[in-house]
Write a protein that binds this ligand. Structure first.
Ligand code: DX5
Ligand code: ZN
Length: 238
């Protein structure tokens, strides 16, 4: 197994934050030392939940200088690319399972001056992302069925993640790969060891009150420890 060379990045999923004070919750993660803010957008159609739209992205945009990753779990992403770009998203991530041509969507997002990301659900084979690896700025591998925070990590996704990282390396791509869903202290090591370097954490962060600095450091140490030990989620040596 090749050594993990990309540093672990923590991306705070605000879906698990206190929505009554979302602005200060974005600041809390920023001051805690995370690397980006992850905004879960759900339309109640692509997934069985409704969360936030461009108006929320725009409202919290002034609260942090960090990159905003808008994770669109919506059926028709093409209709909303411009709105999420104008609202202040830096990276717009859509699902490969959603409607529309991914090549056209990536082109449209780049045309709006933003980074483009593709997300794939746990049951979707890695092959579905291969035609787009050269043109995207982030690949988001779901380790839960999208729709809610606080779910358990699906370790069965790890071989797919490992294969996608190996393919990106084989193609000599400098591709950030995100892992989203159930990433906590006891799973982040396996996710990072398998090749995920953008580690989305929701309940694992916002489940804690006050200063998030120690929590973020603990997560980064757990990620590195996992890579050093080369463990998988089941705890056996791979
Ligand atoms: C789920 C979302 C995730 C989720 C992460 O559909 O895409 O970003 O909010 O939350 P945790 O870390 O609690 O699973
Ligand atoms: Zn997400």
């Amino acid at each position: 197994m090749s050594p993990v060379t990309r540093p672990p990045q923590i991306s705070a999923s605000i879906l698990n934050a206190d929505f009554a004070k979302l602005g200060s919750e974005v600041r809390r993660a920023t001051e805690g030392g995370v690397d980006s803010i992850h905004l879960d957008v759900m339309d109640g159609h692509f997934v069985p939940n409704i969360t936030m739209g461009p108006v929320v992205v725009e409202a919290v945009r002034p609260e942090s200088p960090l990159p905003f990753h808008s994770h669109l779990m919506i059926s028709e992403p093409l209709r909303y690319v411009d709105a999420f770009a104008q609202a202040g998203s830096d990276v717009i991530v859509f699902h490969v399972e959603a409607e529309g041509d991914p090549h056209q969507l990536v082109e449209r997002i780049h045309g709006a001056g933003r980074g483009a990301g593709i997300a794939i659900n746990p049951e979707t084979p890695g092959e579905a992302a291969l035609p787009y690896l050269e043109e995207i700025d982030l690949l988001l591998v779901m380790t839960v069925h999208p729709g809610f925070g606080g779910q358990d990590f699906i370790a069965d996704v790890l071989p797919k993640l490992r294969a996608l990282r190996a393919e990106a390396e084989r193609r000599k791509l400098d591709l950030p790969i995100g892992v989203d869903g159930g990433v906590q202290n006891d799973t982040i090591g396996a996710a990072y060891a398998a090749g995920g370097d953008v580690l989305v954490v929701g309940s694992g962060l916002y489940g804690h009150p006050g200063d998030l600095g120690p929590i973020v450091s603990e997560l980064c140490s757990a990620a590195r420890a996992g890579a050093e030990a080369g463990v998988d989620a089941a705890g056996s040596r791979s």
